[in-house]
Design a protein around this ligand. Structure first.
Ligand code: PGA
Length: 257
């Protein structure tokens, strides 16, 4: 079995102006010990306008923290007012891009088909998609949540072959745990992440599924990260609220070492 390198990714959502984002990036950079990067991958996903300034902070400091976007459009260019292309992200050295976050699905009507188009465009452009899946509270209560999550995975990866899938990250984020302070228990998170891995092994093969990173997201913080990260199928975290505080974010990174 391949030993997967953990990934701790901060999702800043729609927070931090450029000056605020630069200050946060600088604080994270200052507390980031060089040898952390020997053990795991770290990324932050700021709003579009903050991407370049945040990348500049990490590059200037030679801090091994990657930067990701929170959304992208699948077309390479053209009359798509308000959208950002994969090429634009690649040009400023974005390494990751979140796709299919539940807030985009719920508030902006992003569909499984769009998530799939975005993932494919990112892979072609050499950016690693962080594909988010996760169920609502009513779906969990219905008992059919694993079927729902695995269907989201199948839809997101439709037409993507094994070598391309291997560059992707999946994030399991139960909607009822996002920004609510109500974390999934380690057992609940593990059950879903394990089911996602089984689905990936059915879509591809065991080796590909074992090599792919599956993150947990939803009120992960310095108080619960260690137990979540101890689960065999949880390879890191997608962290919202707690990633807006440099000390909390660094503590979670240290728990993942
Ligand atoms: P949260 O957000 O950590 O604030 O719950 C996680 C996410 O939505 O990615």
């Amino acid at each position: 079995m391949t030993k997967r390198r953990r990934l701790i990714a901060g999702n800043w959502k729609m927070n931090n102006t450029i000056p605020e984002g630069v200050v946060l990036a600088q604080e994270i950079s200052n507390h980031f010990e060089r040898d952390y990067a020997d053990h795991l991958d770290v990324a932050v996903c700021p709003p579009f306008v903050d991407l370049k300034p945040v990348i500049t902070v990490f590059e200037f400091d030679r801090t091994d923290i990657a930067v990701g976007a929170q959304n992208v459009h699948w077309e390479p260019k053209g009359a798509y007012t308000g959208e950002i292309s994969v090429g634009m992200l690649k040009d400023i050295r974005c390494e990751y891009c979140i796709v299919g976050h539940s807030e985009r699905r719920e508030l902006f009507g992003e569909t499984n088909e769009e998530v799939n188009l975005k993932a494919k465009a990112l892979i072609s452009g050499g950016i690693k998609p962080i594909v988010c899946v996760g169920e609502s509270l009513s779906m969990r209560d219905s008992g059919a949540y694993l079927d729902y999550i695995t269907a989201q995975v199948r839809a997101a990866f439709a037409g993507i072959d094994a070598p391309a899938a291997a560059s992707c990250v999946v994030a399991y984020e139960p909607i009822w745990a996002i920004g609510t302070g109500r974390t999934a228990t380690p057992e609940q998170a593990e059950e879903a992440c394990a089911a996602i891995r089984v689905q990936l092994s059915e879509l591809y093969d065991q080796a590909t599924a074992e090599s792919m990173r599956i993150l947990y997201g939803g009120s992960m913080n310095e108080g619960n990260a260690d137990l979540l990260l101890a689960m065999p199928n949880i390879d890191g975290g997608l962290i919202g609220g707690a990633s807006l505080n440099a000390k909390s974010f660094i503590k979670i990174i240290e728990m993942a070492l």
